[in-house]
Design a protein. Structure first.
Length: 373
């Protein structure tokens, strides 16, 4: 009988060992039979054999590692589709995939924490933002093809209510970056209640995502085309931020430069977990691998980061594509931003920095000063 090919716990172990019952495998893997049946139903851990007569499940002891890994990945909240990919990888690749996933979770948790703090503050004070006040912005923007690329897939915009940079990729990249920014222009707010700004930012992100999807839908392999997007909306006293990808926003305040966006990239996830330094990241071969973008592939997962920032007179903001930030370090960015007498001069100096570094990619940057009117 075929049943003789099935052993109980303690006999066969490892590749090529005889199969064991679900009860024995539950003891081997330290999981309940109920959990194993559930993982089978989800398609995460199918048994090695199912009896065609009585439906009993039998497992190979070599499946223990995968069973334990599935259980732990479920406990950290990894989606089922991602778990299926991870358990098929070798150990090194699986470790890298888990590291990237968890770095993204931590970044998104930090963003939610900031939003919660903002909401608590607004609901506590019932503060209302208006565009009637003493602050305004002066701005300038420019994009450049660079010294290597034949076409320019970067897009940039600077206006009284909106600053935006988008870095397109794929065959439809130029259309994607332009569509993302154009979708934001009608959304940029005037005078709005403080709490409503978050809804405006969310709606803006949704509009941009739909615009990008539509822009690349008719091209070849639309899922391989898309764009990053980093944008700031001026309300008269605060700046609302929408960010996805590895374009960046910086703030120069009091002579010190702060990066106020978090790259959604594999390299950034490795920096976050300590496996890579900032200096090593500068020349890493997978620097351009992004974890989140706006693309023709439909929904963008958990979506862009959104934030709201208080503005102070003298603040200088920089939005740029990685054609600048990937080849020019923060010290040089700070030097040019601090020394420029206005946004136009700053933009020109930043483009010159990229050119001096070889300009291997398209470059886009927008600079805005917060000024008293």
């Amino acid at each position: 009988m075929r049943r003789r090919a099935v052993t109980e716990y303690g006999q066969g172990r490892g590749p090529g060992a005889e199969l064991v019952t679900i009860g024995a495998f539950a003891r081997l893997s330290r999981l309940s039979a109920k959990a194993l049946r559930r993982y089978d139903e989800l398609g995460l851990l199918p048994p090695a054999l199912v009896d065609p007569v009585n439906g009993y499940r039998y497992y190979d002891p070599a499946q223990v590692r995968a069973a334990r890994l599935v259980a732990w990945l479920r406990r950290i909240g990894m989606p089922l589709a991602r778990i299926r990919e991870v358990i098929a990888l070798d150990s090194g690749a699986a470790a890298a995939a888990i590291r990237g996933y968890w770095a993204r979770v931590e970044a998104e948790t930090a963003a939610r924490r900031d939003l919660a703090a903002f909401l608590i503050d607004q609901l506590s004070t019932e503060d209302v933002m208006t565009s009637v006040g003493t602050l305004g912005i002066r701005y300038a923007a420019r994009t450049d093809t660079g010294a290597v690329r034949e076409t320019n897939q970067d897009a940039v915009y600077a206006g009284a209510r909106l600053l935006a940079v988008a870095d397109g990729f794929g065959a439809g990249g130029a259309g994607a970056s332009t569509a993302a920014i154009e979708a934001l222009k009608p959304v940029a707010p005037g005078a709005v209640p403080a709490g409503e700004l978050l809804n405006i930012l969310h709606d803006a992100a949704e509009r941009a995502a739909l615009a990008v999807r539509d822009a690349v839908a008719g091209g070849a392999a639309p899922e391989e085309s898309g764009t990053t997007l980093t944008a700031m909306m001026w309300t008269g006293s605060r700046l609302g931020l929408v960010h996805i990808g590895d374009s960046r926003a910086y703030l120069l305040r009091g002579g010190e430069l702060f990066r106020i966006t978090h790259d959604h990239s594999l390299v950034q996830s490795m920096i976050d977990d300590g496996s890579l330094t900032e200096e090593e990241a500068f020349s890493h071969p997978q620097r351009a691998m992004l974890l989140k973008v706006l693309s023709g592939d439909g929904p963008y997962g958990s979506g862009p980061d959104v934030d709201v920032r208080d503005a102070l007179p003298g603040d200088r903001y920089l939005l740029c594509s990685d054609g600048l930030s990937a080849v020019v370090d923060g010290g040089e960015l700070a030097r040019v931003l601090a020394g420029a007498d206005g946004p136009s001069t700053a933009v020109g100096g930043l483009i010159e920095l990229a050119e001096a570094a070889g300009a291997p990619d398209n470059v886009a940057c927008a600079v805005a000063d917060v000024v008293e009117l």
